[in-house]
Design a protein around this ligand. Structure first.
Ligand code: CA
Length: 228
């Protein structure tokens, strides 16, 4: 997809920030729309079908977490969340909200654009070694070609990033992967500055797929068990 066709929905109730983000993304060649509260965001996501949502957490109506839940329930779409403070990011990480990445205010437009492009690159990346059909681990079935996951025969909806993280752990089954390695392989980040985002997504995967699937190796990283 060319960037002229890449639609970004910006959800932000502070007009100055909304306009600055919209202007910059438009200048970068993205198509943009802006929503200023929770209900409008859900309505615009449905009608505009964005490729990615830039989503502020604190919003009138209902907050960004609820927007994220409602939008994802209708159609999986990557979400880049804007948080007010580092401790707010920590809170969201703790909740395992289904956002693909977090940017803390104040942020530079350059950083926002870089993180947005990184999320889009990951989503557009073809699934790896998908030629072997679905992989089974216990009651889990992962179809890398179709990017679908079933547990006990029932489909489980994962965000694009959650799927990529699961696929990465699956490819390296039995090995312990550090947060830095996971950041590089799943998020395309060469530096390890955002390791909390890894913890957040592991938490989300455990919530959706069961606590026992991914093992925490304290002080090292994470591992998907080799044996069912
Ligand atoms: Ca706000």
């Amino acid at each position: 997809m060319t960037e002229n066709e890449t639609r970004v929905l910006i959800v932000e109730d502070e007009p100055t920030i909304a306009r600055a983000v919209a202007d910059r993304l438009a200048a970068e060649g993205f198509a943009v729309e802006v929503a200023a509260d929770g209900p409008a965001a859900v309505e615009r996501a449905r009608a505009y079908e964005p490729h990615i949502v830039v989503l502020d957490v604190m919003l009138p109506g209902f907050d960004g977490l609820e927007v994220c839940r409602r939008v994802q329930a209708e159609r999986p779409v990557p979400v880049l969340m804007l948080t007010a403070r580092d401790d707010e990011t920590d809170l969201l990480v703790g909740l395992g909200v289904g956002a693909d990445d977090y940017v803390t205010k104040p942020f530079s437009m350059r950083e926002l654009v870089a993180r947005l492009r990184a999320v889009l690159r990951r989503v557009e990346r073809p699934a790896m070694d998908g030629g072997d059909g679905p992989v089974r681990v216990g009651d889990l079935e992962v179809d890398q070609r179709a990017r679908r996951v079933r547990r006990d025969g029932r489909e489980v909806h994962l965000t694009p990033t959650e799927f990529d993280l699961l696929a990465c752990l699956l490819r390296n089954r039995g090995a312990v992967l550090t947060r830095a390695v996971l950041l590089e392989q799943v998020w395309d980040w060469a530096d390890a500055s955002g390791t909390r985002v890894v913890d957040s997504h592991v938490k989300a995967l455990r919530r959706k797929l069961g606590q026992e699937l991914i093992r925490t190796v304290h002080g090292v990283g994470y591992s998907l068990e080799a044996a069912p």
